[in-house]
Each structure stands twice: as C-alpha cells, then as structure tokens.
Design a protein around this ligand. Structure first.
Ligand SMILES: [Fe+2]
Ligand SMILES: [Fe+2]
Length: 256
C-alpha cells in the first residue's frame, strides 16, 4: 500500500502503523545475526593514527624582538609550547563564541517576534537587564576575551592569528554547535542547548589556562584570565537557567 496524503485519519494511521511494521520486519530480516566484526577497519584506522603527522605545530615567537622579550622557553616554564597552544585555543574559542552569540541573538529576536520567549526568566545577575541586553553583554564579553587573549599572545612574542594545533581541533569540535544555532529549523531552546555545551567547555578551558599561566609563573596574566573566568561562570549560570526554564515551559512551541 502506498502512503496517503488524504485527510483520512483512519487510512493515515493504518499507513503509519504499516510503515512502522515494515521497518521492524526489515530490521529483523537484514540485521546481522552477530555483532559486525570491525577488527579490519580498526586495524586500518590504527595504522593511519600511527603513520599520520600531528594536526599542526606551535609557531615560535614571530619576531626576534619577541624572542628576546620573553626569553620564551626560559620564562614560560619547561613546556612553553603548551601555554602558547592553549592560549591559541582560547583565542579561537572566544572568536567563534562571539559568532555563536551573534547567531543566538538572531534566533532570539526571531523567537521574540513570534511571541515564543515569555518563559525565559530574568537573568541571574538581574540588575533589571532584559534577555536581549544580557545576550548582547555576553557577546561583548566573549569578544573582549578574544581581544585580551590576542594582546597576551602578542606580549609573549606569539602570533594571535596563528592557528595552533589545539585551536584547530577546537574549531573543528565547535562546528556542530554553530550548525545547530544557524540552522533555520532549530528552536531557541535547541540553540541554547548548543550554547550551553560551548559555555561548559569555555569554563573548563579557562580553568586550565589559569593553572598553566600560574605554573609558568605569569601571575599578571593569570589574574587577567581569572577575571575572564568570573564572567564565564556567570554566562554558564545564565544560559543554564534559560535552558532549564524553556525545557519546563508549558508552551510547546517554545521548547519543541
Ligand atoms: Fe568565552
Ligand atoms: Fe562565555
């Protein structure tokens, strides 16, 4: 029987049931009797892992002046490349975080126009700020973090525009988040879920960066990072409260 497009509910229900049954029958008929053996593909993937080069490398300080200014490996601990790599990662993350909030703001404005955001609570830091201005503020803070990190990278003699290995990996890992928020079919709640993942990673990333800066004896830089971390903690609490409010909203169009 072919699927119907008529308004006949009975036929439509019967067709849907038949479709489900047909899928279950096909699954029973074609599913392998034993779990598939992946040992050959595992061996192939392992071979490539062993043979492949790494994702990238850490660029040395861009100028001789930078090299002299930092003393590079002497002033940044035993493994200066780790700190440089992780600063590069946060630069990439804060830059894409800014774009993520740009996309979220657009999604919010669209949901607002459709009257679908009344369930959002006042932000936790509430000084009477609206949701729209809170989103704008967080977006500005992400951008400020990006600028601050770029300046720190320069002060260490590094190149803030360089794609370090961890920056590269972080960019690839974040691609799905941006795809969720910019997909025209996703709801505000679904977009906020993607942003929540970003904020969780953001908080963990700053935490690690602070300890790396402290280990490298860069107390002044660690202090700047701690100030950014406080803002990130507030971002996380705010986004989490919005996700939770929309999930328990009685309005199906909001959380659907
Ligand atoms: Fe951030
Ligand atoms: Fe953030």
């Amino acid at each position: 029987m072919h699927p119907t497009t008529s308004g006949n509910n009975r036929t439509g229900t019967a067709t849907a049931e038949e479709g489900v049954r047909a899928m279950l029958d096909a699954n029973e008929r074609w599913a392998p009797l034993t779990p598939p053996d992946t040992s050959l593909s595992d061996a192939e993937r392992t071979f490539y892992m062993v043979e492949s080069d790494s994702v990238g490398s850490i660029p040395p300080p861009v100028t001789i002046q930078g090299m002299l200014k930092t003393g590079f490996d002497k002033l940044l601990g035993e493994r200066p490349e780790v700190l440089m790599d992780k600063i590069g990662e946060r630069i990439a993350f804060e830059r894409s975080g800014t774009r993520l909030y740009d996309a979220l703001i657009l999604k919010y404005e669209s949901a607002f126009q459709q009257g679908a955001v009344s369930a959002l609570p006042v932000p936790l830091n509430a000084s009477g700020d609206s949701v729209a201005s809170t989103l704008q503020r967080i977006r500005t803070e992400e951008h400020q973090h990006f600028l601050m990190l770029s300046e720190v990278m320069r002060s260490l003699g590094g190149d803030p525009t360089a794609q370090t290995p961890c920056a590269d990996v972080s960019g690839v890992a974040s691609m799905g988040l941006m795809q969720v928020v910019t997909d025209p079919r996703t709801t505000l709640a679904q977009s906020l879920h993607a942003v929540l993942i970003a904020e969780l990673a953001d908080n963990a990333g700053w935490e690690l960066l602070i300890s790396l800066a402290q280990e490298a004896g860069k107390a002044d830089i660690a202090e700047q990072f701690e100030r950014a971390m406080l803002e990130e903690q507030e971002h996380l609490l705010t986004v989490k409260s919005w996700v939770s409010a929309l999930a328990s909203s009685p309005t199906p169009t909001v959380a659907a």
